[in-house]
Design a protein. Structure first.
Length: 180
């Protein structure tokens, strides 16, 4: 992390281990991701790579970046913010993981093509920690996110990301593999 004042640069590759194993990892080391504490937001600048495998079948002569991957970019950007804040608020060193996000609303306004440069902004509206069960505390973060290209909105959504401490995860085979 690096930065000044309330804005910190985050490096997406450092957070990959916290995202569920079965999710596609869309953030690259060259992507620019910033966390703004004062605005409770995160900002990702990403160029859509023409070599992305999603373009092979979507669509061969007219490649369009799939809407589900636009949502995933928003989820992962917001999740890094929530994971970072969760770790900053802990007194002790503890690992956190992202649970499956809950989509509330989404709207796609424009198509995204290869080499498009996108600005993804996620704004944390609020967070609530559920400590009803001390064995499974969770923090739910409500987010609004927009994706824009040349200052025009491409997609917008609202969703919830849930952060759980590693030690509260059930010890299933999948979770054991995740901690290795």
């Amino acid at each position: 992390m690096s930065g000044q004042g309330g804005v910190v640069r985050a490096f997406p590759s450092l957070w990959r281990k916290h995202i569920l194993v079965n999710r596609p990892w869309l953030l690259k080391s060259q992507d620019q991701l910033w966390i703004d504490y004062e605005q409770s937001s995160c900002h990702l600048v990403k160029e859509i790579e023409p070599t992305c495998s999603c373009f092979q079948g979507h669509f061969p002569n007219n490649p369009i970046f799939p809407g589900v991957l636009l949502l995933e970019l928003q989820f992962q950007t917001a999740a890094i913010y929530a994971l970072h804040i969760s770790e900053q608020q802990q007194q002790q060193q503890q690992l956190f993981y992202l649970d499956v996000p809950t989509l509330k609303t989404c709207r796609f306004r424009q198509l995204v093509k290869p080499l498009d440069k996108l600005d993804i902004v996620g704004k944390a509206l609020d967070s609530k920690t559920n400590s009803e069960s001390l064995n499974h505390p969770q923090t739910r973060w409500n987010f609004q996110a927009t994706i824009s290209r040349h200052s025009k909105i491409v997609a917008e959504s609202s969703f919830v990301v849930t952060i759980v401490p590693q030690d509260s995860l059930p010890r299933t085979q999948e979770n054991r593999a995740r901690t290795l």
